[in-house]
Design a protein around this ligand. Structure first.
Ligand SMILES: *[C@@H]1O[C@H](CO)[C@@H](O)[C@H](O)[C@H]1NC(C)=O
Ligand SMILES: *[C@@H]1O[C@H](CO)[C@@H](O)[C@H](O)[C@H]1NC(C)=O
Ligand SMILES: *[C@@H]1O[C@H](CO)[C@@H](O)[C@H](O)[C@H]1NC(C)=O
Ligand SMILES: *[C@@H]1O[C@H](CO)[C@@H](O)[C@H](O)[C@H]1NC(C)=O
Ligand SMILES: *[C@@H]1O[C@H](CO)[C@@H](O)[C@H](O)[C@H]1NC(C)=O
Ligand SMILES: *[C@@H]1O[C@H](CO)[C@@H](O)[C@H](O)[C@H]1NC(C)=O
Length: 678
């Protein structure tokens, strides 16, 4: 009897001296508060439990630093539909908060400003409203501020100008009003500023135009007015300003010159009251204890448990404990609807049952592990592991870049891949091609061999592969290419008069030359590069950059794909007339079959038409009657001798017999001669 009383008292003393049972450490409590508001129904974060260890590896999306402090929270695209709680301020050592692509609503709590170590703040593509907190000015380590695609109102805080490390600020597609703060020009590291599709007015501050690192400034689709600072010309294609009726300036295409009166436009932000925001309801719910009190009580509990031999004290403590516990239970029942309390209860139950039984320690790690085959230090036929490492992106980067593969960024799709536009953390724009793993070669060594080759391609007319990432979790591989801004060549075919851009003759000639050079490069054997057949030359795979240079896309892509996928792509080529006839008999593709496709492409460029009936063109060309198939949109504005020469080359290239077709190298030379006659 006496023994069991002793046991009871001991266990009570233990429970009371265990700080996590009473209310947890500061960070755990902040996480639990955060969970209660982010995920009020506890649908998505069951792994966050009140008795758990946030750094134990099984809190989904939570990563800790080496000191055991919560450093990153990555819950992008998790379907969260709650609010962001002011409790976030309790995670003082947070460096990355990634909550983009959810359905969070409500304000951005001003307490977020307490996160002075935060480097990345991604709240983009949510339903957040209210103003951007002015207090944000204290987040001195902030480098990336992503708040785009929300419903934020008010003006852009001038205080942003105090955040000297900011390099990317994305506020587009909100309902921001007021002027662009001139203080943004003080940001020495600012590389990318996107303010497009808001309701901003006033002029573009001259100081901003002079920000030394600025490479991209997107202000399109606002109601800006006044003189555009001439210094912005240096950004070239990086300055986007369309759909601002009031802007004027000299030296910018599509802007009218300014009137004298255009120069003086007030650019002071309107005084929006940040003080009148609603305090989120979570702030009103009192927990049994707060930070300082908890600390004290857990300390005293500890010392008590050390001097546990003093029976009287234990009894006193136990009495208090029982009393507290009963009161707590009662209060809990009374406040059953309040989510803090009910969450605590839920968390405790989970911690004791479900979670301990089958908690998977890996759930939260999917984002940072990247791709396993490479993580292991295997050697693929001597390919440099270092080179692969430097080209590897992690999934988080790819997800952030594409805003969690947002439909808004979808550039195109086909049967085995989807391509998204993305912006990397350094502000550079990329195209991310995602390929389902089931479409990738199943033999890993072969896949790596193909990848090695693709990453080694370097030519002005071949789209550069910047890196890759494969995720077992998503079952996809991603190829990250430089983004080419002007679409593909198909866009310039079948243009109806007055509805789309007609390529001038000289542009067409230079595109033909560029494509030929890119193909000649692929076909050539170099010390570090084997001969590569493209296999899929078509107008869709000739991308056009801002300066109308052509770049070949998907070069060698088939090296990564299963035979089924390659075959179905070939069927696509055949349907469009690019597939060389000998494929039907030999079943093989060589350089000469690429040359055939080049011939067809050349006919398309000359005629301006996607659909070409080879027989009619052949007839016309054979009778040197090429005028008949020349693009009528050119209105005869082309050099006949050049057109005749290109038509002849097209004809040769698309010869039935592969042996009659010239090599790409020879074509490049022939076209080079052509330029001398320009
Ligand atoms: C937090 O995220 C950043 C950026 O992705 C990363 O560099 C850093 O290593 C992460 N920290 C931890 C502790 O996981
Ligand atoms: C987010 O906002 C949009 C538009 O206001 C609305 O259609 C959608 O239902 C909202 N989503 C949530 C989860 O509140
Ligand atoms: C946030 O920081 C301010 C000033 O540094 C401090 O007074 C306040 O208590 C902090 N809030 C939280 C919730 O930590
Ligand atoms: C301009 O912004 C509005 C919303 O503010 C959006 O609906 C529209 O698509 C945008 N237009 C362009 C061309 O970006
Ligand atoms: C100035 O602007 C007004 C209206 O915007 C226009 O009517 C006038 O012709 C302009 N004057 C000059 C000198 O461009
Ligand atoms: C905790 O509560 C005490 C007393 O109510 C208060 O003085 C203190 O500021 C609170 N601490 C925090 C971190 O909220």
């Amino acid at each position: 009897m006496a023994f069991s009383v002793l046991l009871l008292l001991f266990s009570l003393a233990f429970l009371l001296s265990n700080p996590t049972w009473v209310c947890g450490n500061g960070e755990l409590r902040a996480l639990m508060d955060l969970k209660a508001s982010l995920d009020p129904e506890s649908l998505y974060l069951p792994s966050w439990t009140v008795n758990g260890d946030p750094c134990g590896g099984y809190f989904e999306g939570v990563a800790c630093n080496e000191k055991g402090q919560v450093a990153n929270i990555s819950l992008q695209g998790k379907g969260l539909s709650g609010k962001l709680s002011p409790a976030i301020a309790g995670l003082k050592h947070l460096t990355g908060l990634y909550l983009h692509y959810n359905s969070l609503y409500g304000d951005i709590p001003r307490e977020i400003a307490n996160l002075t170590e935060l480097v990345d703040l991604y709240l983009n593509v949510n339903n957040l409203s209210g103003e951007i907190p002015r207090e944000i000015a204290t987040m001195e380590n902030l480098q990336v501020l992503q708040l785009c695609y929300n419903h934020l109102t008010g003006s852009i805080p001038t205080q942003l100008g105090a955040l000297k490390k900011l390099s990317v600020v994305a506020l587009q597609s909100n309902q921001l009003t007021g002027a662009i703060p001139a203080s943004l020009g003080d940001l020495g590291m600012l590389a990318r500023l996107d303010l497009s599709s808001n309701n901003l007015f006033g002029s573009i501050p001259t100081s901003l135009a002079e920000a030394p690192s600025l490479r991209v400034l997107d202000v399109h689709n606002n109601t800006l007015s006044g003189n555009v600072p001439p210094a912005l010309k240096r950004l070239e294609d990086g300055f986007l300003y369309k759909y601002n009726l009031g802007l004027c300036g000299v030296g910018f295409s599509s802007l009218k010159a300014c009137n004298a009166s255009d120069h003086v436009i007030p650019s002071r932000p309107e005084p929006y009251g940040a003080a009148t925001r609603d305090i989120p309801e979570t702030a009103n719910v009192k927990l049994p204890c707060n930070g300082t009190q908890c600390l004290n009580s857990s300390k005293s509990n500890k010392s008590i448990s050390i001097t546990v031999v003093i029976f009287v004290v234990i009894i006193a403590m136990s009495a208090i404990g029982i009393l507290t516990f009963t009161l707590y239970r009662r209060r809990k029942q009374k406040l059953g609807g309040s989510f803090h309390i009910s969450d605590n209860r839920q968390g405790t139950e989970e911690a004791m049952g479900v979670c301990r039984k089958n908690g998977s320690p890996l759930v939260s790690l999917e984002y940072s592990t990247g791709w396993d085959p490479l993580a292991e230090s295997r050697n693929f036929n001597g390919y440099s592991q270092d080179m692969f490492q430097s080209l590897r992106f992690n999934l988080e980067e790819v997800e952030s870049a594409t805003q969690y593969f947002s439909e808004l960024n979808l550039l195109g799709k086909n049967s085995f891949s989807a391509t998204y536009r993305g912006v990397l953390r350094d502000g550079s724009v990329v195209a991310v091609k995602s390929i389902s793993k089931t479409s990738c070669k199943s033999d890993e060594a072969e896949f790596m061999k193909g990848l090695n080759m693709l990453t080694s391609l370097r030519n002005d007319n071949v789209v550069r592969l910047r890196g890759f990432c494969c995720s077992r979790g998503r079952g996809e591989c991603f190829l990250i290419y430089d983004f080419v801004s002007n679409g593909n060549l198909s866009r310039f075919l079948d243009v109806k008069e007055g509805d789309g851009e007609v390529l001038e003759w000289s542009t067409r000639v230079s595109i033909v030359k560029g494509v030929a050079k890119g193909m000649a490069y692929l076909h050539a054997y170099r010390a570090n590069k084997p001969v590569l057949v493209h296999q899929n030359i078509s107008a869709d795979r000739v991308l056009i950059d801002q300066r109308y240079n052509p770049l070949l896309a998907d070069s060698g892509l088939y090296k990564l794909l299963t035979n089924d996928i390659v075959f179905s792509a070939l069927k696509g080529s055949a349907a469009k007339g690019y597939l060389a006839p000998e494929y039907a008999t030999t079943g093989r593709l060589a350089q000469t079959s690429d040359v055939y496709a080049f011939g067809v492409l050349l006919f398309q460029i000359l005629s301006g038409k996607q659909e070409i009936t080879t027989s009619s063109i052949r007839l016309a060309a054979e009778c040197s009657n090429f005028q008949e198939f020349m693009d009528p949109n050119l209105h005869g504005r082309y050099f006949e001798y050049e057109a005749a020469k290109l038509a002849k080359i097209a004809l040769l290239c698309s010869h039935e017999s592969p042996f009659e077709r010239p090599s790409m190298e020879a074509i490049v030379q022939e076209l080079g001669n052509c330029s001398s006659c320009l």
